[in-house]
Design a protein around this ligand. Structure first.
Ligand SMILES: [Zn+2]
Length: 352
Protein backbone atom coordinates (compact mmCIF):
# COMPACT_ATOMS: atom_id res chain seq x y z
CA UNK A 1 0.00 0.00 0.00
CA UNK A 2 1.11 3.51 -0.71
CA UNK A 3 2.75 5.33 2.18
CA UNK A 4 1.66 8.90 2.65
CA UNK A 5 3.70 10.89 5.19
CA UNK A 6 1.93 11.94 8.34
CA UNK A 7 2.53 15.64 7.74
CA UNK A 8 0.73 15.37 4.39
CA UNK A 9 -2.21 13.66 6.10
CA UNK A 10 -2.20 16.41 8.74
CA UNK A 11 -2.20 19.04 6.02
CA UNK A 12 -5.27 17.45 4.43
CA UNK A 13 -7.11 17.08 7.73
CA UNK A 14 -6.34 20.67 8.79
CA UNK A 15 -6.95 22.12 5.34
CA UNK A 16 -10.37 20.55 4.80
CA UNK A 17 -13.43 22.21 6.29
CA UNK A 18 -14.96 19.21 8.08
CA UNK A 19 -18.33 20.88 8.66
CA UNK A 20 -18.52 21.91 5.00
CA UNK A 21 -17.61 18.44 3.77
CA UNK A 22 -20.02 16.58 6.03
CA UNK A 23 -22.79 19.08 5.26
CA UNK A 24 -22.76 17.74 1.71
CA UNK A 25 -24.19 14.53 3.14
CA UNK A 26 -25.76 15.35 6.50
CA UNK A 27 -27.94 18.25 7.58
CA UNK A 28 -26.01 19.70 10.52
CA UNK A 29 -27.18 22.04 13.26
CA UNK A 30 -24.88 24.02 15.48
CA UNK A 31 -25.23 23.52 19.22
CA UNK A 32 -22.53 25.15 21.32
CA UNK A 33 -19.12 24.35 19.90
CA UNK A 34 -20.25 21.31 17.93
CA UNK A 35 -22.60 20.40 15.13
CA UNK A 36 -25.22 17.66 15.30
CA UNK A 37 -27.22 15.68 12.75
CA UNK A 38 -28.74 12.32 11.88
CA UNK A 39 -26.04 9.69 11.50
CA UNK A 40 -25.58 8.69 7.84
CA UNK A 41 -24.10 5.34 8.85
CA UNK A 42 -27.05 3.91 10.74
CA UNK A 43 -30.77 4.57 10.74
CA UNK A 44 -31.99 6.92 13.48
CA UNK A 45 -34.68 9.47 14.30
CA UNK A 46 -32.86 11.60 16.89
CA UNK A 47 -29.39 12.97 16.13
CA UNK A 48 -26.49 11.20 17.80
CA UNK A 49 -23.95 12.18 15.18
CA UNK A 50 -21.68 15.08 16.08
CA UNK A 51 -18.93 17.04 14.37
CA UNK A 52 -16.26 19.02 16.18
CA UNK A 53 -14.67 21.68 13.97
CA UNK A 54 -12.09 22.41 16.68
CA UNK A 55 -10.88 18.84 16.91
CA UNK A 56 -11.55 18.14 13.19
CA UNK A 57 -13.40 14.92 13.95
CA UNK A 58 -16.86 13.38 13.77
CA UNK A 59 -18.41 10.76 16.02
CA UNK A 60 -21.68 8.89 16.31
CA UNK A 61 -22.63 8.08 19.90
CA UNK A 62 -25.02 5.33 18.80
CA UNK A 63 -23.09 3.24 16.29
CA UNK A 64 -19.59 4.32 17.28
CA UNK A 65 -18.52 5.44 13.81
CA UNK A 66 -15.97 8.24 14.00
CA UNK A 67 -12.74 9.75 12.73
CA UNK A 68 -11.39 12.59 10.61
CA UNK A 69 -12.40 13.94 7.19
CA UNK A 70 -10.50 11.19 5.39
CA UNK A 71 -12.30 8.45 7.33
CA UNK A 72 -15.64 10.16 6.76
CA UNK A 73 -15.27 10.49 2.99
CA UNK A 74 -13.94 6.92 2.65
CA UNK A 75 -16.84 5.53 4.65
CA UNK A 76 -19.65 7.53 3.06
CA UNK A 77 -18.42 7.19 -0.52
CA UNK A 78 -17.51 3.55 -0.01
CA UNK A 79 -13.98 4.13 -1.28
CA UNK A 80 -10.53 3.20 0.01
CA UNK A 81 -8.59 5.34 2.49
CA UNK A 82 -6.05 6.17 -0.23
CA UNK A 83 -8.76 7.17 -2.68
CA UNK A 84 -10.25 9.44 -0.03
CA UNK A 85 -6.83 11.03 0.62
CA UNK A 86 -6.43 11.61 -3.10
CA UNK A 87 -9.78 13.30 -3.52
CA UNK A 88 -9.32 15.61 -0.58
CA UNK A 89 -5.76 16.41 -1.64
CA UNK A 90 -6.91 17.31 -5.13
CA UNK A 91 -9.55 19.66 -3.68
CA UNK A 92 -6.73 21.40 -1.81
CA UNK A 93 -4.53 21.34 -4.93
CA UNK A 94 -1.95 19.26 -3.04
CA UNK A 95 0.10 17.05 -5.31
CA UNK A 96 0.53 13.65 -3.67
CA UNK A 97 1.41 11.65 -6.81
CA UNK A 98 4.93 11.02 -5.49
CA UNK A 99 3.59 9.00 -2.58
CA UNK A 100 1.23 6.88 -4.62
CA UNK A 101 3.64 4.87 -6.73
CA UNK A 102 2.17 3.33 -9.85
CA UNK A 103 -1.37 3.57 -8.63
CA UNK A 104 -3.79 2.85 -11.46
CA UNK A 105 -5.93 5.93 -10.80
CA UNK A 106 -2.94 8.20 -11.33
CA UNK A 107 -2.63 6.49 -14.70
CA UNK A 108 -6.28 7.34 -15.43
CA UNK A 109 -5.84 10.98 -14.48
CA UNK A 110 -4.15 11.75 -17.81
CA UNK A 111 -7.25 10.46 -19.61
CA UNK A 112 -9.56 12.54 -17.44
CA UNK A 113 -7.41 15.62 -18.08
CA UNK A 114 -7.54 15.07 -21.83
CA UNK A 115 -11.31 14.56 -21.81
CA UNK A 116 -11.70 17.70 -19.71
CA UNK A 117 -9.76 19.65 -22.32
CA UNK A 118 -12.02 18.23 -25.03
CA UNK A 119 -15.09 19.18 -23.02
CA UNK A 120 -13.86 22.76 -22.60
CA UNK A 121 -13.21 22.91 -26.35
CA UNK A 122 -16.75 21.74 -27.16
CA UNK A 123 -18.31 24.13 -24.67
CA UNK A 124 -16.32 27.06 -25.99
CA UNK A 125 -17.42 26.19 -29.54
CA UNK A 126 -21.08 26.09 -28.55
CA UNK A 127 -21.05 29.35 -26.64
CA UNK A 128 -18.66 31.50 -28.66
CA UNK A 129 -18.85 30.73 -32.37
CA UNK A 130 -21.18 31.39 -35.31
CA UNK A 131 -21.80 27.65 -35.64
CA UNK A 132 -22.58 27.60 -31.96
CA UNK A 133 -25.40 30.10 -32.51
CA UNK A 134 -27.16 27.68 -34.84
CA UNK A 135 -26.70 24.81 -32.39
CA UNK A 136 -28.00 26.96 -29.53
CA UNK A 137 -31.06 27.73 -31.63
CA UNK A 138 -31.62 24.01 -32.08
CA UNK A 139 -31.30 23.40 -28.33
CA UNK A 140 -33.70 26.25 -27.64
CA UNK A 141 -36.24 24.65 -29.99
CA UNK A 142 -35.82 21.42 -28.04
CA UNK A 143 -36.67 23.46 -24.91
CA UNK A 144 -33.21 23.02 -23.42
CA UNK A 145 -32.45 26.11 -21.36
CA UNK A 146 -29.18 27.94 -20.76
CA UNK A 147 -29.23 26.63 -17.19
CA UNK A 148 -29.43 23.05 -18.46
CA UNK A 149 -26.67 23.63 -21.01
CA UNK A 150 -24.51 24.77 -18.15
CA UNK A 151 -25.59 22.08 -15.67
CA UNK A 152 -25.11 19.19 -18.10
CA UNK A 153 -22.04 20.85 -19.69
CA UNK A 154 -23.42 20.52 -23.21
CA UNK A 155 -21.10 21.53 -26.05
CA UNK A 156 -20.63 21.44 -29.81
CA UNK A 157 -18.22 19.55 -32.05
CA UNK A 158 -17.58 21.95 -34.94
CA UNK A 159 -17.80 21.27 -38.65
CA UNK A 160 -14.07 20.80 -39.05
CA UNK A 161 -11.68 18.01 -39.94
CA UNK A 162 -9.06 18.51 -37.25
CA UNK A 163 -9.48 21.67 -35.15
CA UNK A 164 -9.75 19.65 -31.95
CA UNK A 165 -6.76 17.51 -32.90
CA UNK A 166 -4.65 20.62 -33.52
CA UNK A 167 -5.72 22.15 -30.21
CA UNK A 168 -4.89 18.96 -28.31
CA UNK A 169 -1.54 18.72 -30.01
CA UNK A 170 -0.71 22.34 -29.25
CA UNK A 171 -1.41 21.54 -25.61
CA UNK A 172 1.02 18.63 -25.54
CA UNK A 173 -1.46 15.77 -25.36
CA UNK A 174 -0.09 12.66 -27.03
CA UNK A 175 -1.63 11.24 -30.17
CA UNK A 176 -1.72 7.85 -28.51
CA UNK A 177 -3.92 9.15 -25.68
CA UNK A 178 -6.21 10.96 -28.16
CA UNK A 179 -6.71 7.73 -30.10
CA UNK A 180 -7.14 5.66 -26.95
CA UNK A 181 -9.92 7.98 -25.82
CA UNK A 182 -11.59 7.95 -29.22
CA UNK A 183 -11.76 11.73 -29.64
CA UNK A 184 -9.49 11.56 -32.67
CA UNK A 185 -9.20 8.93 -35.43
CA UNK A 186 -6.30 8.09 -37.68
CA UNK A 187 -6.40 7.30 -41.37
CA UNK A 188 -3.41 7.01 -43.70
CA UNK A 189 -1.14 8.58 -41.10
CA UNK A 190 -3.39 11.62 -40.76
CA UNK A 191 -5.41 12.51 -37.68
CA UNK A 192 -9.06 13.59 -37.77
CA UNK A 193 -11.59 14.75 -35.21
CA UNK A 194 -13.94 11.89 -34.41
CA UNK A 195 -17.04 14.00 -33.73
CA UNK A 196 -18.17 16.59 -36.25
CA UNK A 197 -21.28 18.76 -36.46
CA UNK A 198 -22.74 17.27 -33.33
CA UNK A 199 -24.15 18.55 -30.07
CA UNK A 200 -21.91 16.98 -27.45
CA UNK A 201 -23.07 15.58 -24.11
CA UNK A 202 -20.25 14.63 -21.74
CA UNK A 203 -20.55 11.39 -19.80
CA UNK A 204 -19.05 11.36 -16.32
CA UNK A 205 -18.35 8.63 -13.82
CA UNK A 206 -19.74 8.77 -10.30
CA UNK A 207 -16.84 10.97 -9.18
CA UNK A 208 -17.45 13.56 -11.89
CA UNK A 209 -14.51 12.62 -14.10
CA UNK A 210 -15.31 12.88 -17.80
CA UNK A 211 -15.07 9.42 -19.30
CA UNK A 212 -16.73 9.85 -22.69
CA UNK A 213 -19.14 11.72 -24.91
CA UNK A 214 -22.36 11.24 -26.78
CA UNK A 215 -22.81 13.35 -29.90
CA UNK A 216 -26.15 14.10 -31.50
CA UNK A 217 -26.79 15.43 -35.01
CA UNK A 218 -28.69 18.71 -35.10
CA UNK A 219 -28.71 19.84 -38.73
CA UNK A 220 -31.45 18.69 -41.10
CA UNK A 221 -28.79 18.05 -43.73
CA UNK A 222 -27.19 15.40 -41.48
CA UNK A 223 -30.36 13.33 -41.14
CA UNK A 224 -28.85 10.40 -43.05
CA UNK A 225 -26.22 9.93 -40.34
CA UNK A 226 -26.60 8.08 -37.04
CA UNK A 227 -28.64 10.21 -34.64
CA UNK A 228 -26.23 9.55 -31.78
CA UNK A 229 -22.60 8.49 -31.75
CA UNK A 230 -21.04 7.49 -28.44
CA UNK A 231 -17.44 7.16 -27.40
CA UNK A 232 -16.16 3.66 -28.07
CA UNK A 233 -14.95 1.50 -25.18
CA UNK A 234 -11.80 3.13 -23.80
CA UNK A 235 -9.57 2.61 -20.76
CA UNK A 236 -11.96 4.83 -18.76
CA UNK A 237 -15.28 4.25 -20.55
CA UNK A 238 -17.08 0.94 -20.27
CA UNK A 239 -20.65 1.62 -21.28
CA UNK A 240 -22.40 -0.87 -19.00
CA UNK A 241 -20.47 0.42 -15.98
CA UNK A 242 -21.62 4.03 -16.16
CA UNK A 243 -24.86 5.69 -15.15
CA UNK A 244 -25.43 9.04 -16.83
CA UNK A 245 -25.74 11.93 -14.34
CA UNK A 246 -24.94 9.82 -11.26
CA UNK A 247 -22.33 12.30 -10.00
CA UNK A 248 -24.85 15.17 -10.08
CA UNK A 249 -27.65 13.05 -8.64
CA UNK A 250 -25.92 11.50 -5.61
CA UNK A 251 -26.96 14.14 -3.13
CA UNK A 252 -30.59 14.10 -4.20
CA UNK A 253 -30.64 10.28 -4.29
CA UNK A 254 -29.51 10.22 -0.67
CA UNK A 255 -32.01 12.88 0.36
CA UNK A 256 -34.97 11.34 -1.44
CA UNK A 257 -33.78 7.80 -0.66
CA UNK A 258 -34.51 6.65 -4.19
CA UNK A 259 -33.25 6.90 -7.74
CA UNK A 260 -35.20 7.22 -10.99
CA UNK A 261 -33.67 5.08 -13.69
CA UNK A 262 -34.14 6.01 -17.35
CA UNK A 263 -32.81 4.61 -20.59
CA UNK A 264 -31.73 7.79 -22.33
CA UNK A 265 -29.90 10.85 -21.11
CA UNK A 266 -32.42 13.22 -22.73
CA UNK A 267 -34.96 11.81 -20.25
CA UNK A 268 -32.67 12.77 -17.37
CA UNK A 269 -32.32 16.29 -18.75
CA UNK A 270 -36.10 16.54 -19.06
CA UNK A 271 -36.45 15.42 -15.42
CA UNK A 272 -34.02 18.05 -14.23
CA UNK A 273 -36.29 20.65 -15.84
CA UNK A 274 -39.20 19.54 -13.68
CA UNK A 275 -37.13 19.67 -10.50
CA UNK A 276 -36.41 15.93 -10.29
CA UNK A 277 -32.68 15.70 -9.61
CA UNK A 278 -32.33 12.08 -8.51
CA UNK A 279 -32.48 10.67 -12.03
CA UNK A 280 -29.86 8.67 -13.91
CA UNK A 281 -29.79 6.86 -17.28
CA UNK A 282 -28.44 3.46 -18.24
CA UNK A 283 -27.66 4.97 -21.66
CA UNK A 284 -29.59 2.68 -23.91
CA UNK A 285 -28.01 -0.55 -22.76
CA UNK A 286 -29.86 -3.17 -20.78
CA UNK A 287 -29.26 -2.57 -17.08
CA UNK A 288 -26.09 -4.38 -16.01
CA UNK A 289 -25.00 -5.88 -12.65
CA UNK A 290 -22.24 -3.24 -12.51
CA UNK A 291 -24.82 -0.47 -12.78
CA UNK A 292 -26.96 -2.04 -10.05
CA UNK A 293 -23.90 -2.18 -7.79
CA UNK A 294 -23.30 1.50 -8.45
CA UNK A 295 -26.87 2.32 -7.43
CA UNK A 296 -26.55 0.15 -4.34
CA UNK A 297 -23.84 2.45 -2.98
CA UNK A 298 -26.37 5.25 -2.67
CA UNK A 299 -29.87 3.80 -2.29
CA UNK A 300 -31.85 0.57 -2.22
CA UNK A 301 -34.91 2.00 -3.95
CA UNK A 302 -34.97 2.07 -7.74
CA UNK A 303 -37.84 3.48 -9.78
CA UNK A 304 -37.60 2.17 -13.33
CA UNK A 305 -38.90 4.57 -15.99
CA UNK A 306 -38.13 2.91 -19.30
CA UNK A 307 -39.95 3.61 -22.56
CA UNK A 308 -43.54 2.43 -22.92
CA UNK A 309 -42.91 0.45 -26.12
CA UNK A 310 -42.51 -3.33 -26.22
CA UNK A 311 -38.69 -3.17 -26.06
CA UNK A 312 -38.99 -0.91 -23.02
CA UNK A 313 -41.37 -3.33 -21.30
CA UNK A 314 -38.98 -6.22 -21.92
CA UNK A 315 -36.06 -4.18 -20.58
CA UNK A 316 -38.13 -3.29 -17.51
CA UNK A 317 -38.82 -6.96 -16.75
CA UNK A 318 -35.15 -7.84 -16.97
CA UNK A 319 -34.20 -4.83 -14.85
CA UNK A 320 -36.66 -5.85 -12.10
CA UNK A 321 -35.17 -9.35 -11.96
CA UNK A 322 -31.65 -7.99 -11.73
CA UNK A 323 -32.56 -5.43 -9.07
CA UNK A 324 -34.31 -8.08 -6.94
CA UNK A 325 -31.33 -10.38 -7.32
CA UNK A 326 -29.16 -7.66 -5.77
CA UNK A 327 -31.66 -7.29 -2.90
CA UNK A 328 -32.79 -3.81 -3.84
CA UNK A 329 -36.40 -2.63 -4.10
CA UNK A 330 -37.67 -2.00 -7.63
CA UNK A 331 -40.70 0.10 -8.52
CA UNK A 332 -41.97 0.90 -11.99
CA UNK A 333 -43.47 4.01 -13.49
CA UNK A 334 -45.50 2.90 -16.47
CA UNK A 335 -45.73 5.38 -19.28
CA UNK A 336 -48.57 5.37 -21.79
CA UNK A 337 -47.83 3.04 -24.67
CA UNK A 338 -45.43 4.37 -27.26
CA UNK A 339 -44.59 7.52 -25.35
CA UNK A 340 -41.02 7.96 -24.25
CA UNK A 341 -40.25 9.67 -20.93
CA UNK A 342 -38.83 12.81 -22.51
CA UNK A 343 -42.06 13.34 -24.49
CA UNK A 344 -44.17 12.46 -21.47
CA UNK A 345 -42.47 15.02 -19.26
CA UNK A 346 -42.68 17.71 -21.95
CA UNK A 347 -46.38 16.99 -22.26
CA UNK A 348 -47.38 16.64 -18.61
CA UNK A 349 -44.55 18.57 -17.00
CA UNK A 350 -44.30 18.65 -13.25
CA UNK A 351 -47.16 16.28 -12.61
CA UNK A 352 -45.22 13.44 -14.17
ZN1 LIG B 1 -24.35 6.16 13.77
Amino acid sequence: MAQIPKDVIDQIVKGTDIVGLISNYVKLEKKGRNYFGLCPFHSEKTPSFSVSPERQIFRCFSCGEGGNVINFLAKIENISYIESVKRLASKLSLNIDNYLGDNINVEYQKYYDLNKFVLDFYRFTLLNTTEGKEALKYLENRKITAEEINYFKIGLAPDSTDTLYQALKANNFTELAMLELGVVTKSESKYYDKFKNRIMFPITNEYGNIVGFSGRIYKDSDKSEAKYINTQETPVFKKGEILYNLDNAIRSIREKKRVYLFEGFMDVIACHRTGLHNAVASMGTALTPEQVNLIKKYTHNVVICFDGDSAGIEATKRAIELILKHRLNPAVVTLPEGLDPDEYISKYGNNA
